[in-house]
Design a protein around this ligand. Structure first.
Ligand code: FES
Ligand code: FES
Length: 162
């Protein structure tokens, strides 16, 4: 066991764990963050996604020791000052989830996609979201929500720059 310091959603946590323990287990079991989900446990579905350094990272295959000290954001950390992130709001407005199990990964992957490409085409959305799986087939609503979030973010930017 080793003491590892984690920065999660702007809070510091010191956990005493086997260094190779998947980050997902620590987030869910030690830090009570239930946003990231255990789907495949093999890095293949995206349900366990978290944000680290602007990337969507699959926490089920990420050794906890490898992200010590790095800023980690889970779905719980996406809203700011009680205000939902535009991507979260778009998900609500488009009523995206069905069972909801995959949606943590969908939202966080969409967040990265939009950060890198604020106005993606349908093809770019499909490419950016590829490999983030939904067994309920909510893909069309996900696409609509990403476009809605893109419009909201563009409008907000215009307001700031006006
Ligand atoms: S649970 Fe991590 S990718 Fe499926
Ligand atoms: S909403 Fe059920 S798995 Fe995606």
């Amino acid at each position: 066991m080793s003491e590892i310091t984690l920065q999660v959603n702007n809070e510091t946590h010191v956990v005493d764990v086997e260094p190779s323990t998947p980050l997902l287990y620590i987030l869910r079991n030690d830090l009570d963050l239930s946003g990231p989900r255990f789907g495949c446990g093999l890095g293949q579905c995206g349900a366990c996604t978290v944000l680290i350094g602007g990337r969507a990272v699959r926490s089920c295959i990420t050794p906890t020791s490898s992200v010590a000290g790095q800023a980690i954001t889970t779905l719980e950390g996406l809203s700011q000052n009680g205000q939902l992130d535009p991507v979260q709001q778009a998900w609500i407005d488009e009523q995206v989830p069905q069972c909801g199990f995959c949606q943590n990964g969908q939202i966080l992957t969409a967040k990265v996609l939009l950060a890198n490409n604020p106005n993606p085409t349908d093809a770019e959305i499909r490419q950016g979201m590829d490999g983030t799986l939904c067994r309920c087939m909510t893909y069309y609503r996900i696409q609509a929500a990403i476009k809605r979030a893109a419009r909201t973010m563009a409008a907000a930017n215009e307001e700031v720059n006006a």
